[in-house]
Design a protein around this ligand. Structure first.
Ligand code: HXC
Length: 536
């Protein structure tokens, strides 16, 4: 039947497929049975999962994704292994639920390991399902989110399991800088499996249930003689505070998965797309007197840079990464005038905001993420320098500081530097100074940009004069005052073109918003080469 031009649409009644196609009814019945079988799972194992304070893979996906958006792939996949405990025990899904869904209407690809089947361990079929998800995510330019809860390589499947992990790692590296990768640890993640979250852009962990280590407590005791608990060895706080492996730590799974949704709302789907902007918020005219109140005029008094972040960000909201690790530097995604930006700031309440090795690495990784995904960088500078000390030198502060330097230097996204107070020495250069390529450098009238502070400089420059002086204290005071007047005056850098403008602190949010608008079309192709050699 056809609808003639201008004629009325004819409504035709189709014969139900079950009646037209012989056997269709029984196929549907069969499918229903299979689905019931999949949903059933192992009741005891599910109960145990809940008793451990953990949700099941499907419950987690229901929290993560928009309602009814999940499209499952390969629910009937199962292993072909005949190892101990596996022969005749071939549950559907093979212990990982994979597919695609949406978060606030935007497509994502997901996999959720199911601890109730073989402890979520990864065998050949399990790995192949994850490989497919990663391939699809790359091909479709959509973020991938992995929910990890697994005993690691399925021991009975031997090298095939290891091969499966290798395939995940290779794809993750291929996806690096192409699509955002998020790893959520909701149970064990042991052995080489821990390299998957380590390769992701963001790793979430939940306290008490998540644990990540290359070798578990038993092996640690056998090798070192020291008895440690799972939590002490690889719990969320260990990785959120000491190792920096966990980007974000939460108390429970619900909060954690809600936070993953928030993060997704700030990320572009892939490196070719812009991060999702909201409507302009009028930030370009926003005068914030509170900014001047947060920062004490005396350079030695601390304040919480988070308060500055909250004052410059739309709605005072930001997504902080590594909040518990390398706390002397802050990194966060936020919106300013609706545009997503990466905020980097020194944190004067921790170690006076000096840069040390971990802080440099934390900021470097964040800067590279923002650059890879086209997110403009705003650096809020108040830094007395790099942390001096034997430990720092031995642990490679030169190498780690170079990582941050490299990350900023190669970043081609719009880059705005705001100097609030101190900006000394190498740390001034590294914190996105004009010399390493920031597009717009703004400074508060309280800025102090110099090779070093007045006391230190006078000691070096006038050591002999001070030693010979009749009244060294008086001479020192005069020299310090002269140095301060000459080198630490707030116009010094602006007169030399190293600062574009000296702004009213209350105008900071507005000046950043105007800068972002000015730089929104920035394009800067990198040099032709295979890739740089980041000093990792
Ligand atoms: C096969 C596994 C398994 C594994 C757990 N199971 N891990 N089966 N291979 N790797 C099974 C258990 O036999 C058990 O089966 C079920 O999953 C639940 O495990 P439990 O031990 O009862 O749970 P729990 O007490 O909570 O302990 C969880 C655990 C523990 C801490 C993860 O299972 C464990 O230590 N597993 C081994 C971890 C490990 O060493 N993996 C290899 C890491 S090396 P039943 O039938 O009893 O329910 C690795 C290499 C990767 O991953 C290399 C990549 C480069």
């Amino acid at each position: 039947p056809r609808t003639g031009e201008g004629g009325d649409a004819q409504v035709i009644a189709l014969t139900p497929a079950a009646e037209r196609v012989p056997g269709m009814q029984s196929l549907r019945q069969r499918r229903r049975e299979l689905q019931e079988h999949i949903a059933e799972g192992k009741l005891d194992a599910v109960r145990r999962q809940h008793s451990l304070g953990k949700l099941t893979a499907r419950e987690r996906l229901a929290l993560l994704l928009d309602e009814d958006s999940f499209v499952e792939l390969e629910p009937y996949r199962r292993h072909r292994s005949s190892g101990p405990g596996l022969a005749g025990n071939r549950p559907y899904t093979d212990g990982v639920v994979t597919g695609s869904g949406t978060v606030d209407g935007r497509r994502v690809f997901v996999y959720a390991q199911d601890f109730t089947l073989f402890g979520g361990s990864l065998g050949e079929a399990h790995a192949a399902k994850i490989h497919k998800i990663l391939d699809l995510a790359i091909a479709n330019g959509a973020p991938v989110i992995g929910l990890n809860d697994s005993g690691g390589a399925r021991i009975q499947e031997g090298v095939l399991a290891l091969n499966g992990y290798g395939g995940i790692f290779r794809r993750q590296v291929e996806a690096s800088g192409v699509i955002p990768q998020i790893s959520v640890i909701l149970g064990p993640c042991a052995g080489g499996a821990a390299y998957s979250p380590a390769l992701a852009d963001f790793t979430f962990m939940v306290r008490d249930t998540a644990r990540m280590y290359l070798t578990g407590p038993d092996v640690v005791e056998a090798v070192t003689g020291r008895r440690v608990s799972h939590e002490e060895l690889g719990g969320a706080d260990v990785h959120g505070t000491h190792s920096g492996v966990a980007t974000v730590v939460h108390d429970d799974e619900e909060d954690c998965l809600a936070d993953v949704r928030y993060l997704i709302s700030l990320l572009p789907s892939n490196y070719l797309e812009p991060a999702p902007a909201t409507a302009r918020t009028g930030a370009a005219d926003d005068y914030r007197p509170r900014l001047a109140e947060i920062v004490p005029p005396s350079p030695n008094q601390p304040y919480d840079m988070r308060e500055v972040f909250a004052e410059v960000a739309d709605d005072g909201e930001f997504f902080e990464v590594h909040a518990g690790w390398a706390r002397n530097v802050l990194c966060a995604l936020a919106r300013i005038d609706g545009r997503v930006v990466g905020l980097v700031g020194n944190q004067p309440v921790v170690l006076a905001g000096v840069l040390d090795g971990p802080a440099a690495q934390k900021a470097a990784r964040f800067v590279r993420f923002c650059d890879a995904f086209g997110i403009p960088l705003v650096s809020l500078v108040d830094v007395p320098g790099f942390l001096p000390g034997v430990e720092q030198e031995r642990s490679g502060i030169i190498r780690q500081g170079a990582q941050l330097l490299h990350a900023y230097c190669e970043a081609t996204v719009p880059r705005i530097q705001v100097i609030l107070r101190k900006a000394y020495g190498g740390a001034y250069i590294v914190m996105d100074s004009r010399s390493i390529g920031c597009d717009l450098s703004l400074a508060w009238p309280t800025n102090e940009i110099a090779v070093m502070g007045a006391e230190g400089a006078v000691n070096v420059l006038y050591r002999r004069d001070l030693a010979a002086a009749a009244d060294p204290a008086a001479l020192r005071a005069r020299l310090v005052a002269e140095y301060t007047e000459e080198y630490l005056n707030p116009q010094y850098s602006a007169e030399r073109g190293l600062v574009d403008d000296i702004i009213d602190p209350a105008d900071t949010r507005a000046a950043i918003a105007r800068g972002l608008a000015m730089l929104q079309d920035k394009r800067k192709p990198g040099p032709s080469r295979k890739h740089g050699n980041l000093p990792i």
